[in-house]
Design a binder for this molecule. Structure first.
Ligand SMILES: NC(=O)c1ccc[n+]([C@@H]2O[C@H](COP(=O)([O-])OP(=O)(O)OC[C@H]3O[C@@H](n4cnc5c(N)ncnc54)[C@H](O)[C@@H]3O)[C@@H](O)[C@H]2O)c1
Length: 432
């Protein structure tokens, strides 16, 4: 099939490359010329395991094309996926749909024959209706169909998630279009992915309801971890104990810092706004948002306590600053609030992240990036294990510790409390 991805970010690039790998011809369009130039020169603008190989293979075969020319891409394609960002609006908590609406008006200019417009971006329920109205201003109804196909891939595991999704959610009122999309996804359906189709509004809401549920699970276990710390119970036992119940399930029950990333924080906010708009108080999700905000403060308080409330001139190393491993994405990472706070209190920060130095900290003083964990942790007073990268799971702290004693705050519970105690480390973790 001939496909166009509008917006070549984490979702557009990964799904575009995967669709091309299934044998389709995929045009990837972005407004960002730098990004498109990089891709046309075999460089990958984001950190995603396995993506460079997949992109290069399909680019070289001629099935994957990168351009800033929307007209050419639209005219060459039958199915157009909208994959632009939907961040939180600057003024309110709602989703900022300007990128989606702008992309749609630009696309509508170039529709020359029947096109299926697929909304892959996460958009609030009823956005599809608004998109349809925008296109109707320029083109007749028989020239297009707007459908919803939200994306569920996770950064860091995006290729695997695309190839082996638990489910493909599709929302359309047209049987003909549903049939076409089933045949596009057929290779994945044959491998066991469930294709669930509903109406357009239903698909839009399923995406938000899923993310809000997962965020709730994280906040729930984080609050249980707080109780564990007060009662001498191990949160990992609680997670295991409740996760064994099939009705609950064991995933997303690992306590840690406040949830971050490009989806959960913005999607929980946006769904509560949609709830308010339709006069439905989504009080559970509202309290999840509050709980997550509180958690950021709570963990900073814990750092203060570990350092006996003396932060000035303390050297603190962060191992990992991204919101999760195997991605370079810093959006809403808890390090973005922790590090500036500690700096204002006079701390000196060093950090190492396997995905590289971060522009988010480039304007701050008293913070430096190192190329490896050992260098970042040299002569510090406290090591904070912030992100669960594999390479932090078996660090040899002994050598460093011999030179200078330091404390360790493991926010990901990567090490055993007993073992660390036995080895003589001043070790703190979450809910244990
Ligand atoms: N990142 C994820 O893990 C993830 C997972 C599932 C769903 N989503 C959803 O998918 C959507 C995209 O997320 P992302 O993380 O890939 O965003 P992103 O910010 O990484 O990429 C968006 C891209 O769209 C481009 N763009 C904006 N307006 C454009 C236009 N008019 N024409 C062409 N290109 C344009 C931007 O330049 C950018 O490259 C969001 O709605 C998000 O919520 C993201």
């Amino acid at each position: 099939m001939k496909i166009c991805m509008v917006g070549v970010g984490y979702v557009g690039l990964v799904s575009g490359a995967c669709f091309a790998d299934l044998g389709n011809v995929v045009w990837c369009v972005d407004k960002d010329t730098k990004k498109i130039d990089m891709l046309n020169n075999n460089q990958i603008p984001i950190f995603e395991p396995g993506l460079d190989e997949l992109v290069n293979k399909n680019f070289n075969s001629g099935r994957l094309k990168f351009t800033t020319n929307l007209n050419l891409a639209i005219k060459s394609s039958d199915i157009i996926f909208i994959c632009v960002g939907t961040p939180t609006s600057k003024k309110r908590r709602s989703a900022d749909l300007q990128y989606v609406f702008n992309a749609v008006s630009e696309i509508s200019e170039h529709i020359n024959k029947f096109k299926i417009i697929v909304i892959k971006s996460t958009v609030p329920v009823t956005t599809g209706d608004k998109i349809e109205k925008i296109i109707l201003k320029k083109k007749k109804k028989k020239l297009f169909e707007v459908v919803s196909n939200p994306e569920f891939l996770r950064e860091g595991e995006a290729i695997r998630d695309f190839r082996f999704p638990d489910r493909i959610i599709f929302g359309s009122n047209s049987k003909k279009v549903t049939k076409k999309l089933v045949s596009l996804y057929d290779p994945l359906i044959k491998k066991g992915a469930k294709f669930f189709s509903t109406n357009r509004r239903g698909a839009e809401l399923i995406k938000y309801a899923s993310n809000a549920f997962l965020a709730t699970k994280i906040s729930y276990i984080n609050e249980m971890a707080n109780l564990c710390e007060k009662t001498g119970v191990n949160i990992e036992d609680v997670s295991l104990g409740i996760g064994l119940d099939k009705r609950i399930g064991s995933r997303f029950l690992r306590a840690g810092p406040a949830f971050g990333g490009s989806c959960f924080p913005k999607d929980t906010k946006a769904i509560t706004v949609a709830g308010d708009l339709f006069k439905t108080d989504l009080s559970i999700i509202k309290s999840v948002i509050k709980s997550n905000e509180k958690r950021k403060i709570l963990l900073i308080e814990k750092v203060k306590k570990i350092l006996s409330h003396k932060i000035k001139n303390k050297k603190i190393a962060f191992l990992g600053v991204t919101f999760k491993p195997n991605t370079d994405d810093m959006r809403e990472s808890s390090s973005l609030s922790m590090i500036p706070f500690l700096l204002t209190k006079g701390a000196k920060i060093t950090y190492y992240d396997p995905s590289g130095e971060k522009k988010e900290f480039s304007k701050l003083k008293n913070i430096s990036f190192y190329n490896n964990a050992r260098e970042a942790c040299k002569n510090v007073d406290l090591v904070i294990i912030h992100t669960e990268w594999d390479e932090f799971k078996a660090l040899n702290f002994k050598k460093l510790y011999k030179k200078k004693k330091f404390k360790i705050y493991d926010m990901r519970n990567l090490y055993s409390v007993e073992l660390m105690k036995r080895k003589g480390f001043d070790y703190y973790s979450i809910g244990r």
